[in-house]
Design a protein around this ligand. Structure first.
Ligand SMILES: [Zn+2]
Ligand SMILES: [Zn+2]
Length: 268
Protein backbone atom coordinates (compact mmCIF):
# COMPACT_ATOMS: atom_id res chain seq x y z
CA UNK A 1 0.00 0.00 0.00
CA UNK A 2 0.95 3.60 -0.52
CA UNK A 3 -0.29 6.60 1.47
CA UNK A 4 -0.30 10.04 -0.12
CA UNK A 5 -1.35 13.14 1.76
CA UNK A 6 -2.92 15.68 -0.58
CA UNK A 7 -3.79 17.89 2.40
CA UNK A 8 -2.22 17.93 5.86
CA UNK A 9 -3.54 21.06 7.57
CA UNK A 10 -6.25 21.36 10.15
CA UNK A 11 -8.99 23.96 10.09
CA UNK A 12 -7.78 26.35 7.35
CA UNK A 13 -5.46 26.27 4.38
CA UNK A 14 -2.70 28.63 5.34
CA UNK A 15 -0.34 29.25 2.42
CA UNK A 16 2.85 30.98 3.47
CA UNK A 17 6.35 30.76 1.94
CA UNK A 18 7.61 28.97 5.05
CA UNK A 19 5.11 26.09 4.70
CA UNK A 20 6.33 24.44 1.49
CA UNK A 21 7.71 21.19 2.95
CA UNK A 22 4.66 20.07 4.91
CA UNK A 23 2.05 21.74 2.70
CA UNK A 24 -0.89 24.04 3.14
CA UNK A 25 -4.04 22.24 2.00
CA UNK A 26 -6.78 20.93 4.24
CA UNK A 27 -7.32 17.21 4.68
CA UNK A 28 -7.40 14.69 1.85
CA UNK A 29 -5.61 11.35 2.13
CA UNK A 30 -5.22 8.75 -0.61
CA UNK A 31 -4.52 5.07 0.07
CA UNK A 32 -3.43 3.26 -3.06
CA UNK A 33 -2.69 -0.34 -4.02
CA UNK A 34 -1.30 -1.50 -7.36
CA UNK A 35 -4.39 -0.51 -9.33
CA UNK A 36 -6.88 1.39 -7.23
CA UNK A 37 -7.25 4.24 -4.76
CA UNK A 38 -9.39 5.17 -1.80
CA UNK A 39 -9.82 8.82 -0.84
CA UNK A 40 -10.51 10.07 2.67
CA UNK A 41 -12.04 13.54 3.04
CA UNK A 42 -12.37 16.38 0.59
CA UNK A 43 -10.49 19.33 2.02
CA UNK A 44 -8.66 21.53 -0.48
CA UNK A 45 -6.16 18.71 -0.98
CA UNK A 46 -8.67 16.88 -3.18
CA UNK A 47 -8.24 19.66 -5.74
CA UNK A 48 -4.48 18.95 -5.86
CA UNK A 49 -5.27 15.25 -6.19
CA UNK A 50 -7.51 15.85 -9.20
CA UNK A 51 -4.89 18.17 -10.74
CA UNK A 52 -2.49 15.23 -10.67
CA UNK A 53 -4.78 12.88 -12.62
CA UNK A 54 -3.90 12.42 -16.30
CA UNK A 55 -7.48 11.33 -17.03
CA UNK A 56 -9.95 13.20 -14.87
CA UNK A 57 -13.05 11.09 -15.38
CA UNK A 58 -13.28 7.70 -13.73
CA UNK A 59 -14.51 5.82 -10.69
CA UNK A 60 -13.69 7.32 -7.29
CA UNK A 61 -14.33 6.10 -3.75
CA UNK A 62 -14.49 8.94 -1.22
CA UNK A 63 -14.93 8.31 2.52
CA UNK A 64 -15.87 11.17 4.84
CA UNK A 65 -14.69 11.24 8.45
CA UNK A 66 -17.09 14.08 9.23
CA UNK A 67 -18.43 17.27 7.69
CA UNK A 68 -16.55 20.11 9.30
CA UNK A 69 -15.72 22.65 6.65
CA UNK A 70 -12.04 21.73 6.35
CA UNK A 71 -13.01 18.20 5.29
CA UNK A 72 -15.48 19.11 2.49
CA UNK A 73 -14.47 22.53 1.17
CA UNK A 74 -12.39 21.13 -1.70
CA UNK A 75 -15.09 19.12 -3.41
CA UNK A 76 -16.02 21.96 -5.77
CA UNK A 77 -12.39 21.90 -7.01
CA UNK A 78 -12.44 18.16 -7.67
CA UNK A 79 -12.60 18.36 -11.46
CA UNK A 80 -13.99 14.83 -12.08
CA UNK A 81 -17.25 15.81 -10.38
CA UNK A 82 -18.12 17.90 -13.46
CA UNK A 83 -17.56 15.11 -15.99
CA UNK A 84 -20.37 12.83 -17.19
CA UNK A 85 -18.24 9.69 -17.26
CA UNK A 86 -17.29 10.05 -13.57
CA UNK A 87 -18.82 7.82 -10.92
CA UNK A 88 -18.18 9.20 -7.44
CA UNK A 89 -19.05 6.79 -4.62
CA UNK A 90 -19.43 8.65 -1.31
CA UNK A 91 -19.23 6.72 1.98
CA UNK A 92 -20.00 7.63 5.58
CA UNK A 93 -21.51 5.90 8.60
CA UNK A 94 -24.18 8.61 8.48
CA UNK A 95 -27.53 7.75 6.89
CA UNK A 96 -27.88 8.59 3.19
CA UNK A 97 -30.61 11.08 3.97
CA UNK A 98 -28.43 12.93 6.48
CA UNK A 99 -25.42 12.75 4.16
CA UNK A 100 -27.29 14.31 1.26
CA UNK A 101 -28.82 16.96 3.48
CA UNK A 102 -25.41 17.94 4.85
CA UNK A 103 -23.72 18.13 1.45
CA UNK A 104 -26.61 20.01 -0.12
CA UNK A 105 -26.48 22.44 2.76
CA UNK A 106 -22.82 23.17 2.07
CA UNK A 107 -23.31 23.45 -1.66
CA UNK A 108 -26.46 25.48 -2.05
CA UNK A 109 -26.41 27.94 -4.94
CA UNK A 110 -24.92 30.77 -2.92
CA UNK A 111 -21.63 28.88 -2.85
CA UNK A 112 -21.58 27.86 -6.54
CA UNK A 113 -20.46 26.57 -8.92
CA UNK A 114 -23.41 24.23 -8.60
CA UNK A 115 -26.71 24.84 -6.91
CA UNK A 116 -26.56 21.60 -4.94
CA UNK A 117 -24.48 18.47 -5.01
CA UNK A 118 -27.43 16.82 -6.72
CA UNK A 119 -27.80 19.58 -9.29
CA UNK A 120 -28.75 18.31 -12.72
CA UNK A 121 -25.96 20.49 -14.13
CA UNK A 122 -23.44 18.49 -12.18
CA UNK A 123 -23.04 15.82 -14.79
CA UNK A 124 -21.14 13.13 -12.89
CA UNK A 125 -22.87 10.22 -11.18
CA UNK A 126 -22.81 10.51 -7.39
CA UNK A 127 -23.69 7.40 -5.44
CA UNK A 128 -24.22 7.55 -1.67
CA UNK A 129 -23.43 4.71 0.68
CA UNK A 130 -24.22 4.53 4.36
CA UNK A 131 -21.73 2.24 6.10
CA UNK A 132 -23.06 -0.18 8.69
CA UNK A 133 -19.96 -2.38 8.94
CA UNK A 134 -16.75 -3.23 7.10
CA UNK A 135 -16.85 -3.20 3.29
CA UNK A 136 -14.57 -4.82 0.72
CA UNK A 137 -13.54 -3.31 -2.58
CA UNK A 138 -10.62 -3.71 -4.95
CA UNK A 139 -8.83 -5.94 -2.46
CA UNK A 140 -9.13 -3.47 0.42
CA UNK A 141 -11.23 -4.02 3.53
CA UNK A 142 -12.42 -0.77 5.12
CA UNK A 143 -14.07 -0.32 8.52
CA UNK A 144 -14.85 2.61 10.79
CA UNK A 145 -15.01 3.67 14.43
CA UNK A 146 -16.19 6.78 16.29
CA UNK A 147 -13.68 9.37 17.49
CA UNK A 148 -13.62 12.02 20.23
CA UNK A 149 -14.38 15.10 18.16
CA UNK A 150 -17.42 17.28 17.62
CA UNK A 151 -19.65 16.73 14.61
CA UNK A 152 -20.22 12.98 14.82
CA UNK A 153 -16.73 12.16 13.56
CA UNK A 154 -15.32 8.78 12.52
CA UNK A 155 -11.95 7.21 11.94
CA UNK A 156 -11.35 4.44 9.41
CA UNK A 157 -9.20 1.36 9.19
CA UNK A 158 -7.95 -0.09 5.92
CA UNK A 159 -6.56 -3.61 5.56
CA UNK A 160 -4.81 -4.92 2.47
CA UNK A 161 -2.64 -8.01 2.02
CA UNK A 162 -1.93 -8.46 5.73
CA UNK A 163 -1.25 -4.79 6.51
CA UNK A 164 -3.59 -2.57 8.48
CA UNK A 165 -3.71 1.21 8.65
CA UNK A 166 -5.83 3.44 10.90
CA UNK A 167 -6.84 6.94 9.78
CA UNK A 168 -7.70 9.20 12.68
CA UNK A 169 -7.73 12.69 11.24
CA UNK A 170 -9.68 14.39 14.03
CA UNK A 171 -9.54 13.01 17.54
CA UNK A 172 -8.69 14.17 21.04
CA UNK A 173 -6.76 11.24 22.48
CA UNK A 174 -7.00 10.73 26.21
CA UNK A 175 -4.90 8.76 28.65
CA UNK A 176 -7.55 6.05 28.66
CA UNK A 177 -8.69 5.91 25.10
CA UNK A 178 -10.94 4.03 22.74
CA UNK A 179 -8.17 1.80 21.44
CA UNK A 180 -9.77 -1.14 23.18
CA UNK A 181 -12.63 -0.88 20.70
CA UNK A 182 -10.51 0.10 17.70
CA UNK A 183 -8.08 -2.81 17.95
CA UNK A 184 -4.41 -3.18 18.78
CA UNK A 185 -3.17 -4.81 15.57
CA UNK A 186 -2.26 -1.82 13.42
CA UNK A 187 0.95 -1.53 11.40
CA UNK A 188 0.46 2.17 10.78
CA UNK A 189 -1.62 4.80 12.53
CA UNK A 190 -2.27 8.17 10.90
CA UNK A 191 -3.21 10.41 13.81
CA UNK A 192 -4.41 13.94 14.49
CA UNK A 193 -1.63 15.86 16.26
CA UNK A 194 -2.51 19.52 15.97
CA UNK A 195 -0.95 20.85 19.16
CA UNK A 196 2.29 20.82 21.10
CA UNK A 197 1.96 19.40 24.59
CA UNK A 198 2.25 22.91 26.06
CA UNK A 199 -0.44 24.34 23.76
CA UNK A 200 -2.74 21.48 24.64
CA UNK A 201 -2.28 21.78 28.37
CA UNK A 202 -2.46 25.57 28.51
CA UNK A 203 -5.14 26.40 25.90
CA UNK A 204 -6.65 23.66 23.78
CA UNK A 205 -7.73 20.84 26.08
CA UNK A 206 -11.26 19.80 25.13
CA UNK A 207 -11.13 21.23 21.58
CA UNK A 208 -11.27 17.81 19.89
CA UNK A 209 -7.66 17.52 18.72
CA UNK A 210 -4.59 15.76 20.13
CA UNK A 211 -1.18 16.88 21.30
CA UNK A 212 1.88 15.18 19.82
CA UNK A 213 2.48 13.04 22.92
CA UNK A 214 -1.15 11.96 23.27
CA UNK A 215 -1.29 11.05 19.57
CA UNK A 216 1.87 8.96 19.74
CA UNK A 217 0.90 7.19 22.94
CA UNK A 218 -2.56 6.38 21.55
CA UNK A 219 -1.02 5.04 18.32
CA UNK A 220 1.42 2.94 20.33
CA UNK A 221 -1.46 1.38 22.26
CA UNK A 222 -3.02 0.49 18.91
CA UNK A 223 0.12 -1.53 18.15
CA UNK A 224 1.61 0.74 15.49
CA UNK A 225 5.34 1.05 14.94
CA UNK A 226 4.91 3.60 12.15
CA UNK A 227 3.01 6.71 13.24
CA UNK A 228 2.19 9.49 10.77
CA UNK A 229 0.99 12.70 12.38
CA UNK A 230 -1.27 15.08 10.47
CA UNK A 231 -3.89 17.85 10.76
CA UNK A 232 -1.03 20.28 11.39
CA UNK A 233 -1.83 23.52 13.16
CA UNK A 234 -2.54 25.99 10.31
CA UNK A 235 0.16 28.57 11.04
CA UNK A 236 2.94 26.15 12.09
CA UNK A 237 6.00 26.67 9.86
CA UNK A 238 8.23 24.08 8.19
CA UNK A 239 11.06 25.01 10.54
CA UNK A 240 8.88 24.46 13.60
CA UNK A 241 7.52 21.14 12.33
CA UNK A 242 11.02 19.88 11.48
CA UNK A 243 12.21 20.67 15.03
CA UNK A 244 9.15 18.95 16.53
CA UNK A 245 9.64 15.88 14.33
CA UNK A 246 13.29 15.56 15.34
CA UNK A 247 12.52 15.93 19.03
CA UNK A 248 9.78 13.28 18.83
CA UNK A 249 12.15 10.87 17.10
CA UNK A 250 14.65 11.36 19.93
CA UNK A 251 11.95 10.94 22.57
CA UNK A 252 10.58 7.74 20.98
CA UNK A 253 13.64 6.09 19.35
CA UNK A 254 11.91 2.73 18.83
CA UNK A 255 9.14 4.19 16.67
CA UNK A 256 9.08 5.43 13.08
CA UNK A 257 7.54 8.87 13.53
CA UNK A 258 6.69 11.01 10.51
CA UNK A 259 5.00 14.39 10.33
CA UNK A 260 2.92 14.10 7.15
CA UNK A 261 4.21 16.01 4.12
CA UNK A 262 1.95 16.76 1.18
CA UNK A 263 2.42 14.77 -2.01
CA UNK A 264 5.12 12.51 -0.55
CA UNK A 265 4.44 8.80 -1.12
CA UNK A 266 4.72 6.69 2.04
CA UNK A 267 5.17 2.98 1.29
CA UNK A 268 3.64 0.55 3.77
ZN1 LIG B 1 -10.44 18.69 10.86
ZN1 LIG C 1 -13.48 18.53 12.66
Amino acid sequence: MKIIFWGTRGAISAPKPDQIIFGVHTTCIEIRNENDSLLFDAGFGIGRYSDSLPNKSGIYHLFFTHFHWDHVQGIGYFIPIFLPSTYLYIYSPWTIERLKKQLNYYFDYSFGPFSSIEDKNLSSHILYNSLTGPVEMNGFTIGFFGTMHEGNCYGYWVAYQGKKIALITDHEARAVDSYKFWGTDYDVVIHDAQYTDEEYQQVYRGRGHSSFSLAIENSQRMGAHTIILTHHEPLRTDAELLIIEESLRQKYPDLRIILAREQVIYEI
